[in-house]
Design a protein around this ligand. Sequence first.
Ligand code: PLP
Length: 369
Amino acid sequence: MIWAIPLPGLKQIISAIFNKNSNLNSRWEIEKYYGPFWMRSGSEILAWICETTIRKKGRGIQILLPAYFCGQSLRYLRSLDVKFLFYPSDINNISDKKFIQSIVKENEIDIFLLVHYFGIINVCTQRYIKTFCDANNILVIEDYAHFNHPNMNSQFLGNYVFFSPRKHYPIKNGAALYSLERMDNFIYEREKIPLLWYLKRIARRYCNYLLLSNKPAGRQNSAEVNLISFKEPSNFDYKMLAYYSGNIEHYQKLVYHNVYLLDKLISEPKIAARVGKVRVFNANITYLYPMIFHHTKDVEVFIKIFSKNKIPAIIWPDLPLEIVNVFAEYDKILDQVKKTIFIPVHHDINGEKLVKILRYCFDDKIQIA
Ligand SMILES: Cc1ncc(COP(=O)(O)O)c(C=O)c1O
């Protein structure tokens, strides 16, 4: 079975409970930054930074976001006094500098969100944005939600940096925030242990029990507005994450291996004829692998074929409503979304098996639906 998300196993749960070396924070430190400060999710962290900035400035704020972003992650921000502005950006984070300069000239931007997508860091963009934002008195948030640990070869530059390990490991909640400034006003209320959440996933792993869907392809609701209450993850989430972080090299190797196998697969001539190569930088420690098809029509066909063959592929992101409905200049981004299918490559996936099924899907013998 190819799981959409990693599932907890009994061995890992028992190891996590009896793990003596469970100091999570020492494994998640970043040089020169305060933190990690743990919250439930990346979306919650974004809201926390905005709320703190609103409080400090004593007024509503404006945030400049990449148009290629997950609309659902803005659901808490929509309940705050935050105005969204968007800049064009693609999966390699090659942003339109002129567009950014002119939007900053015409608007008083308070925060710039820089996203490093799916294990790819565009160092030139990163440096340019930080220098440009410093000169214009804009705070930079660096979003590493698609990376499974801060131990990569990266120079962190943002005023704030965050990770979302809940996407990479079988834990319900857990996202890490870092700041260049002291954060004395951090709110600590701990979530209760999400027992039912863990039981459902254990059942899914061992009984293939249909309490939990294997996340079909599709979109979420990007117009959602949720009121925010800031919380820390439960004790059990901490313990599980400490276990996985303690064995990080092992789990990262598994992901690397899966990414390597997929890179090799899409280089095969029959597949390269349909899918382009995207991984230009140090493709490393993500959980979804982007397959960018040359033609939109292929995406419609292959999403059906993948689903028929039980590969929980997804279309991402559920673009913010503002992008889908209003801005004609984001055609390129809509086009990229329409051409991309994401394949899970997390550590809980057997890469060889995945590649075998994918090759079968691409095989001419398959009856195209
Ligand atoms: C790039 C990026 N940043 C932030 C988030 C939000 O993270 P979380 O799911 O932990 O709320 C997501 C969610 O998909 C994301 O893709």
